[in-house]
Design a protein around this ligand. Sequence first.
Ligand SMILES: *[C@@H]1O[C@H](CO)[C@@H](O)[C@H](O)[C@H]1NC(C)=O
Ligand SMILES: *[C@@H]1O[C@H](CO)[C@@H](O)[C@H](O)[C@H]1NC(C)=O
Length: 389
Amino acid sequence: MKWWSVILSLSVLHLSCGCFAYHLESNGTVAAEQNELDGVHSGQRSGRFFPFYTIGRIANVPCTSPSGLSGTCLIAGECRDNGGLASGSCSSRTNQAVCCVYTQSCGGSTTLNSTYFTNAGFPGPYNGGGTCTFTVTPSSGICQLRMDFRTLTLSQPTGDGSCTTDRLTIVGGSPAVVPICGENTGQHLYINFAGSSPISLRIATNGDVSFNRLWNIELSQISCASAERAPVGCLQYYTDESGEISSLNYGAGENPALNTVGARGSRQLANTNYGICIRPAAARCSITYSLPPNDRYAFTLSGDAIVMDPTLLGTAMLSASGALCQNDFVVIPNPTGLTSDRFCGLGFPGITSSARPFVLYTVTNGNETPDVANRGFRLLYSQNACSAA
Ligand SMILES: *[C@@H]1O[C@H](CO)[C@@H](O)[C@H](O)[C@H]1NC(C)=O
Ligand SMILES: *[C@@H]1O[C@H](CO)[C@@H](O)[C@H](O)[C@H]1NC(C)=O
């Protein structure tokens, strides 16, 4: 490579990476603030070309603010120019480097990583109507958008699981996701960008219905090469060795709405069909799903949850599988010791599977006609050592 091609590629890199030159050390190891090409020239002349770039700049890496928000490490001035909020420092090398946190609301857009999309008036609630949209355009080398619902409280769906009063719709990525409503704080989703096209989050609320809506959605751009990238077919991706998964809008309490046949409604969202994937940990060969303690409604997918003796809810006795599961069910591929991989009903027996990838599929249809007061599922998962499989 000729010296001038090095200069050219580094200046192009500068334009795309948002790096920042600054005065680094007082002992003169690195030239003080100077512009890009001067920096390269002086580095060339002095034979300290690479040290200039590796030490004299801060990497714009992810950081965490003192209050636990995700940000990007930037020089304070650049954070301000980008409309961010400096939230703690992020480099021991210079006190000018801040953890820069971006928060935006309705009508906003970003190309930057780690942006929080909030309702108008956040952290206060929004009790009104209209459509609030936020758009993320991927940087180069980005394949997925991870949405973390730090808070997402919208009104409950109809008794059949349709989001008619409030709804979050996701436009422009894949796979297609059904409109989301109800209580989804703590849930997350991964959506693939279609090339360099943006993805929009659109939250529509019906102002005729008084309800305290609240949202704060963390938007992370996941690079194509990242270990955090969700595998194909996974709308959700968990990376801990053990943890908890639940259906969208799972929560305490019934949906107060009635379904179309006048029965007590469901919290399950209608027409879902997606995978919840779990990253296999080192030396773990199988995964076990089980009911959490002290939550009788933790597996209420189909059937009448009111007519049942409450002490039996959740027990294996009330679980159904195979051909009995046609409307709302989960699929756990190749379960150990069982012939069917489909489960529904009002109870859950505890299932182990060693099929890879570790995934549980959740499927719901468009109504809750034979069902009463279902809530969906909340399950614990834990990965088992290979010797135990
Ligand atoms: C300059 O200071 C840095 C950190 O304070 C130190 O790591 C480095 O060795 C110093 N360089 C010289 C040439 O003194
Ligand atoms: C974006 O931020 C998230 C969360 O801080 C981080 O995991 C991810 O690696 C970042 N993406 C890029 C491309 O730096």
